[in-house]
Design a protein around this ligand. Structure first.
Ligand SMILES: Cc1cc2nc3c(=O)[nH]c(=O)nc-3n(C[C@H](O)[C@H](O)[C@H](O)COP(=O)(O)OP(=O)(O)OC[C@H]3O[C@@H](n4cnc5c(N)ncnc54)[C@H](O)[C@@H]3O)c2cc1C
Length: 438
């Protein structure tokens, strides 16, 4: 079969799309990449149309634990680099592996419709400055990101001050002179609250639930590098990490933070050293959940109230695939239900890449996902026995790789996995499909 019959469409040139593109090239699989932005880097390009990055953002996972193994960051890059450094890194990655030539940039995929049953190909409509284009591909690789579509809850009442979602936050001067309320204390909420403390007139943080706080540094080293290659069972890991958190963080409840109603690692921990520091200095007031708005007054669920000029809702993101019918993604509940978060149970012509989150998965974890997928596609084409076995395995039904963890019931946890369980399963398939031994 010629390229025209087997060519795949790849959506996105963020970290996930780039890793996939590199692997497709390495395995000699023809594809066409589509990227809405004018360049690579995904949301790490703060100027990209779908970017939710802000000026002061840095990695929350450390450089060494995040980078692609076969493309380490330069030695002079900081341990927790800024988004600008990351944009440069992904540009370097694309240049090194000569990936840009495989993409149309400024090209948005607007619809993907199957031409018939599985494996009969896809009709893809995409648009750029020249207008709309229609093309046919044999399969679809979707790497359009998970953190671009804001999740904005409905609040009771009307707030007459300025209200934005964190996706619209770019620069701390947006807070200048304002009494700020940040709603939501996940990683973005806490990070942005620190900016509001420094630049606003005051900052309060409304929290619906408690979080575990992990400092960026432990014993002078990035916290996620502690433990090295030692892999503890979860029960033991909780005891060890819980003790470390007690030593380094103390008890956040003494500053008014609510106590988590779940165990460590049942939700994504907040990696932030500064928010507790500022709470300890009295520069941050912790508030409970919002009850209702009334003009510039916010009423909280504990009966207290306060006035604000600006509210920033750091209330997270929703998975969003506007160019395809969700039913084709085997959507169940809050997310597509896919084998190892990327493979359709019956179809071998559609893959979703990067729809995976885990504490410390990094880009290497995502690269492994792409490697499994690309080796699978290649294996099927070559008639490899282990590709057939994977095909049977995913058709027989599966559960998410949670490692038995009971994650808290939130949309953003619907595609969360246990890193060790997930990587073990993925690297096992990579090895069986002819990659390096797991
Ligand atoms: C503030 C912040 C801090 C973060 N910190 C970390 C961290 O420390 N460590 C970590 O591992 N992760 C972190 N993340 C998570 C981040 O999502 C990942 O690092 C990574 O960017 C995900 O890569 P991706 O390629 O899946 O998605 P994205 O980076 O979102 O890239 C998706 C690409 O697809 C393109 N696209 C979307 N729709 C279309 C379409 N219809 N047609 C064509 N192109 C399209 C977009 O333009 C974009 O370029 C952070 C995220 C944020 C917002």
């Amino acid at each position: 079969m010629g390229d025209a019959q087997t060519r795949l469409a790849l959506i996105g040139a963020g970290p996930m799309g780039l890793a996939t593109a590199k692997l497709l090239v390495e395995h000699g699989i023809a594809f066409q990449g589509f990227e809405l932005n004018s360049g690579v880097g995904g949301l790490w390009d703060i100027d990209a149309p779908r970017s939710t990055m802000y000026e002061t953002a840095h990695l929350i996972s450390s450089r060494k634990m995040t980078e692609f193994t076969d493309f380490p960051m330069r030695e002079d890059v900081a341990e927790y680099p800024s988004h600008r450094e990351m944009k440069r890194y992904f540009q370097d990655f694309a240049d090194h592996f000569d990936l840009s030539k495989h993409y149309h940039f400024g090209a948005e995929v607007v619809s993907c419709i199957p031409l018939g049953g599985p494996d009969e190909g896809w009709r893809i409509v995409w648009r750029n400055d020249d207008g709309e284009h229609v093309e046919t591909f044999s399969g679809l690789l979707i790497a359009n990101g998970t953190l671009s579509e804001p999740n904005m809850p409905d609040f009771e009442g009307t707030f007459t001050g300025e209200m934005i979602h964190s996706s619209d936050y770019r620069h701390p001067t947006q807070f200048s002179g304002k009494r700020v309320l940040v709603i939501g204390a996940g990683n973005s909420g806490c990070d942005i609250a620190v900016d509001a403390i420094h630049h606003g007139a005051s900052c309060d943080l409304s929290m619906r639930r408690g979080y575990y706080f992990v400092p960026k540094y432990v014993f002078g080293k990035p916290a996620d590098t502690m433990g090295g290659a030692i892999k503890l069972p979860m029960a033991l890991k909780r005891i060890v990490d819980g003790a470390i958190l007690k030593w380094f963080v103390g008890n956040p409840q003494k500053y008014g933070f609510p106590k988590p109603g779940y165990k460590l690692y049942e939700s994504h921990p907040v990696v932030n050293s500064l928010v507790l520091y500022h709470a300890g200095h009295g520069d941050l007031t912790i508030r409970p959940d919002v009850n209702r708005f009334d003009g510039k007054t916010v009423h909280f669920k504990d009966g207290t109230q306060a006035d604000y000029d600006m509210i920033l809702a750091a209330t997270g993101y929703k998975l969003d695939y506007p160019f395809i019918d969700n039913a084709l993604l085997n959507w169940q509940g809050d997310a597509p239900h896919l084998y190892l978060n990327c493979m359709h149970p019956e179809r071998d012509d559609i893959f979703v890449l990067g729809m995976v989150e885990a504490s410390g998965l990094g880009w290497q974890g995502r690269h492994e996902q792409a490697e499994m997928v690309v080796r699978y596609i290649k294996g099927l084409r070559d008639g490899a026995e282990d590709a057939r076995r994977l095909q049977q395995t995913k058709a027989q039904g599966y559960t998410r790789a949670t490692g038995g963890m009971a994650y808290i019931d939130l949309p953003r946890m619907a595609y969360y996995v246990d890193k060790a369980t997930y990587r073990k399963a993925v690297t096992k398939w990579i090895a069986r499909l002819g990659g390096q031994r797991a």
